[in-house]
Design a protein around this ligand. Structure first.
Ligand SMILES: [Cu+2]
Length: 814
């Protein structure tokens, strides 16, 4: 292939985005993770192709891999210059009403919606989902009456607003819950401007309709049309059931999404080794999001039309991600997206092809309608299962192009490499993972790394990959620059560090492995500056939100670091934020805004020292007890098999650390035996692999002298002790430990001094819907079974058990 002229003057080396120490003079695969190497040119290059140096790092190309936190500046400044020129001068108009009191009455009622094709319960405010857009102008005073017409408690939080603590709307923290039938009054001066939003902070109400836009216009505002866009998701499942299912580690959501990542799928795509390595590190299949949703919505509609625009019109979209757990990709069919604000704070305009909006973030963007056609503004959840669209303009439809499916096994391969055997994320040496600069998910994006199909990949390796790949500019936090200096006022600086931690399998999400109820409030002083360093040592990204304050996101923009109130932090990233403690007191929540992460305890409370008492929290002790209930809540789960040979099953009541578990095997006759074991135990450590327990074992089995199994007679166990299976009623104590390959080893001793050692594994993902399990122990018992999952709750099952023999039937899963 003839090389283009520009190529001859530059030196090209190939390196792995995940392993910068791997450098090669020709394209190929990384020996460490198998990822395609990407081209990285020498420093002299200024050609366009160099944009493609590293997926997700395009704006830092000139500086190579190291020091990229400060590097992208010149590229960002170029982008800002271009974006400003393209935006042109935008006329502003003064507000025609003087500052005054603006009153809203919000009536919260139960309602029924059919977003997911079936009538389901939801909550509306003034009959509307999303809740009505509340509009103010800077300098106004907000007076909002929330009338609770539900049969349950509620609350209202004004997300991103600076306000007196008692009006922040966190139940059992800044106020008591609004009782059914009661009205609560919120009043605060509107000191900011920009795009904000509001939502219920009570239980899971935010998932089923309690979210809306909160728009504050400047007194001198841009004279272009502006549309608030509230993004959300809908599931036909009750949110309480979603939450319980996540804790029960159901894989129903991945079956629905087609992301089981089973052994059959691994073998078929040549990823068997990857799958084994993944389970060896005790990981379950990973996804970028946890919940399956039936519909995605823009202002309550899947296809939202705004036909009034003509060629040349500019539109400001005020976008709030009100999804409970979905990040969204934003793409536009009519050209570049110009980002002008985030979380209600202006930024210098930058032009991008796409951006991801984290849960609870807001972005203001300006788009142009190029011709008299209808242009798609496409909203795609990060897992790319479905989408929602806004259509701007009238006429022939111009689609933005669906985003291709994620390459899950590529993601799994990367995760394997990033995770050590102790379940810690390995920090990349010499590589600053921060501010979304290097999107670690890039390995899963076919539009950047090429298709998963092996033939096509091989073909691409022969060519200059850079010319093949699309030049996609993706927004990251390093490109956000405040138009004014944002340095904090002088004051003492206190540094706090948090690791973001989690346990996917048990769905426990924490900071430093502690939930809100397991940790103390963090006392802060008015006048001091807080610098918070966050390290994401979990496998998911988390949108961390601070109530009542904006923070600086320390990026490459120096004194002009952007102000935000939500920080999206990707796995392995280490990000720094800082804020001035300027409030008059109170408790301010700092938490992950993924609703199900927050409810499991992922947060902390910042509390001003010597705060005046909050008149809306007359009994702080009671309030705290109720607040702590949220993440201490136990969840019930179970599995009951009804098969031809009898019944076996398990019921479990578990919370963050404790689990009460009862299991049984009941044969159809006494020769098969009846057994039940009840255990109470505590999960130890961040990974919760260790589980000491105490319990009670009842075993009755008629002794049959002729009976033998593959280990011989079960009259004695493998330690030579006489089995007491005929009639065993005894206390037990033991320790279970999760081994590589997710095999659980269990050693116990019973009240009669009998020892038992057991190995077993549940839920081996054989194929998309087929699960296998096995168990073997030193009492010469063994079992193996298969389940074919039909619905979330029902599976066809068969199993062989050394006591009960072969059986088949149904297994109910709860
Ligand atoms: Cu989270």
């Amino acid at each position: 292939m003839k090389m283009p002229e520009k190529e001859k003057t530059t030196t090209t080396v190939y390196t792995c985005p995940m392993h910068p120490e791997i450098v090669s003079d020709k394209p190929g695969k990384c020996p460490k993770c198998g990822m395609n190497l990407v081209a990285k040119r020498g420093n002299d290059t200024k050609n366009k192709a160099a944009h493609q140096d590293m997926p997700g790092m395009k704006h830092d190309k000139n500086e190579g891999i190291n020091g990229m936190d400060t590097a992208g500046n010149s590229t960002t400044m170029d982008n800002i210059k271009k974006a400003k020129a393209n935006l042109g001068p935008i006329k502003t108009l003064p507000s025609n009403t003087p500052p005054g009191t603006v009153r809203y009455d919000l009536y919260v009622t139960d309602t029924t919606v059919t977003y997911g094709g079936k009538p389901k319960h939801a909550i509306a405010v003034n009959g509307s989902i999303p809740m009505p857009t509340l509009t103010f102008t800077e300098g106004d005073t907000a007076e909002i009456y929330v009338h609770n017409r539900l049969k349950e408690e509620t609350s209202m939080h004004w997300h991103g607003l600076f306000l007196p603590n008692r009006y922040d709307g966190v139940p059992n923290m800044t106020q008591m819950p609004i009782k059914p039938g009661a009205t609560h009054f919120y009043k605060f001066p509107v000191k900011q401007n920009g795009t904000h939003w509001y939502h219920s902070h009570t239980m899971l109400q935010e998932q089923i309709g309690m979210y809306g836009a909160f728009i504050i216009k400047k007194r001198q505002e841009w004279d272009i049309p502006s549309i608030p866009l509230v993004l959300s998701e809908w599931t036909n499942m009750k949110p309480e059931e979603v939450q319980r299912s996540l804790h029960a580690a159901t894989d129903w959501f991945s079956i629905k999404k087609g992301t089981t990542q089973s052994y059959a799928e691994a073998i078929k795509t040549g990823n068997f080794k990857t799958k084994v390595a993944n389970e060896w590190k005790r990981m379950n299949a990973m996804d970028v999001s946890d919940v399956y949703y039936d519909k995605f919505l823009i202002n309550g509609e899947n296809q939202y039309q705004q036909p009034q625009f003509k060629a040349g019109d500019k539109v400001r979209l005020r976008i709030a991600n009100a999804g409970a757990s979905s990040y969204f990709w934003l793409k536009y069919a009519g050209g570049k997206i110009t980002v002008v604000a985030t979380d209600g704070n202006d930024v210098e305009p930058v032009e991008v092809d796409r951006l991801i909006i984290a849960v609870s973030e807001t972005y203001d963007v300006v788009v142009t309608i190029p011709e008299n056609k209808s242009y798609e503004f496409l909203v795609t959840p990060e897992d790319r299962t479905k989408s929602a669209s806004l259509w701007l303009g009238n006429g022939e439809k111009v689609a933005a192009g669906k985003m291709p499916k994620l390459k899950y096994f590529a993601g799994m391969k990367m995760m394997n490499d990033m995770m050590d055997m102790n379940g810690n994320m390995i920090e990349m040496k010499g590589m600053k993972m921060q501010n979304q600069i290097m999107d670690m998910n890039t390995v899963m994006y076919p539009e950047i790394t090429g298709l998963e199909n092996a033939k096509k990949t091989a073909k691409m390796d022969d060519m200059d990959m850079n010319d093949e790949l699309p030049d996609i500019v993706t927004l990251n936090y390093n490109m956000l620059r405040d138009p004014k200096k944002t340095v904090l006022p002088k004051g003492p600086v206190r540094e706090l560090k948090f690791d973001l931690t989690g346990n996917m399998n048990r769905y426990v999400w924490t900071l430093d492995n502690k939930t809100v109820s397991e940790s103390d409030k963090i006392l802060i002083k008015k006048g001091e500056n807080l610098r918070i360093i966050l390290y994401n040592n979990s496998m998911m990204r988390h949108p961390m939100h601070l109530h009542g304050h904006d923070f600086r996101v320390i990026n490459g923009q120096g004194d002009y670091a952007p102000m935000k109130n939500v920080l999206d932090i990707m796995p392995m990233e280490r990000d720094t934020i800082e804020f001035a403690a300027t409030e008059n007191g109170g408790d301010w929540f700092f938490h992950c805004h993924i609703l199900y992460h927050m409810m499991s305890g992922m947060g902390r409370v910042f509390s001003y020292e010597n705060s005046p008492p909050n008149p809306d929290v007359p009994d702080p002790k009671l309030a705290q007890r109720r607040l702590f209930r949220d993440d201490r809540m136990p969840h019930l789960m179970g599995r009951v098999g009804i098969e031809s040979s009898g019944s076996d099953g398990q019921l479990m009541l578990a919370q963050t650390r404790w689990s009460l578990n009862t299991m049984w095997h009941v044969g159809t006759n006494a020769m098969m035996g009846y057994e039940s074991e009840t255990m109470l135990g505590r999960y130890i450590g961040r990974n919760q692999w260790l589980f000491p327990y105490v319990g009670f074992d009842y075993h009755y089995k008629e002794f049959n002298p002729g009976e033998k199994n593959i280990f011989g007679s079960d009259e004695r166990n493998m330690f030579g002790q006489i089995s007491n299976k005929e009639n065993r009623k005894t206390i037990v104590a033991g320790i279970a430990y999760t081994l590589p390959m997710l095999i659980v080893a269990d050693a116990r001793i019973d009240g009669n001094g009998k020892l038992r050692f057991q190995l077993g594994r549940e839920d081996i993902p054989v194929s998309k819907r087929l699960r296998a399990n096995f168990m073997v122990n030193t009492d010469k018992e063994y079992a193996a079974g298969l389940r074919f999952i039909l619905t979330k709750y029902i599976a066809l099952s068969t199993h062989y058990d050394s006591d009960m023999g072969l059986g088949g039937g149904l297994t109910f899963n709860y």
